[in-house]
Design a protein around this ligand. Sequence first.
Ligand SMILES: [Fe+2]
Length: 283
Amino acid sequence: MREPGIYNHGGEYGFLGLRQGAHPGMTAVISESFRMPLTRRTDTPTVALDIPSRVDALDWTQITVALDGQGCSVLKGLLTSVECGGIAALYPEEAHFRSRIVMGRHGFGRGEYQYFSYPLPPLIQQLRPALYGRLYGLANRWNEAMGIDIRYPASHEAFLKRCHDAGQTRPTPLLLQYGPGDYNCLHQDLYGEQVFPLQVAILLSEPGRDFTGGEFVLTEQRPRMQSRPEVVPLAQGDAVAFAVHHRPVQGTRGVYRVNLRHGVSRIRSGHRYTAGVIFHDAK
Ligand SMILES: [Fe+2]
């Protein structure tokens, strides 16, 4: 996502109340999620904060191969349906957020999103360092391959200190809400000089049940070639890890750098919620 300068939403929370009324499906969708029997990870019937071990249990060999090959990879079943519903249900609760962006006002697309404030919700707070810990090695390898001098520390805490020392102190994890006709234009989530080259987005709604359309889309701009599109199918609770900006590609005459953008295609019906986990903080 992008943040158009310092976004003052002081007068907007009234709108949020109206928005709930204007989107009767939203409450219905969320409460339905709470009632849904667990179809994924039935071993975790309640919100379980075993996030580090759950992240470690993913197939990181396969994930790394996919990130190297396509610039993105699915993290299957990262969250349960109950956890997804719990995070999506935070959307109307203004105390959790520092800023709200209405995409249509900035030419970003259509729909809206909110940046969480610190302290982050426990699930997001645990996911961020756990995922970072599995991705920083790949980020360092990519930078080495691309001839970029920057290396990332092993702990997310140390990386956040680097962001904060550079004046990037505002949290970037966010919650996105799309309704019928909404979409997200292709973009890169860059918030300052300090950038972690990978990020993760978690689909909180169930395709086909809660919404139709709304596919996660990635494009890769290659030197002297036309752009390559990639559509990533996700189920509720799945996450996609992907390159924020650049990644290295091995060519016949050495490594070259490709430029990635991501977005979401038009939602045809229903409502779609996503949580974005961005590892660098914002100015
Ligand atoms: Fe984004």
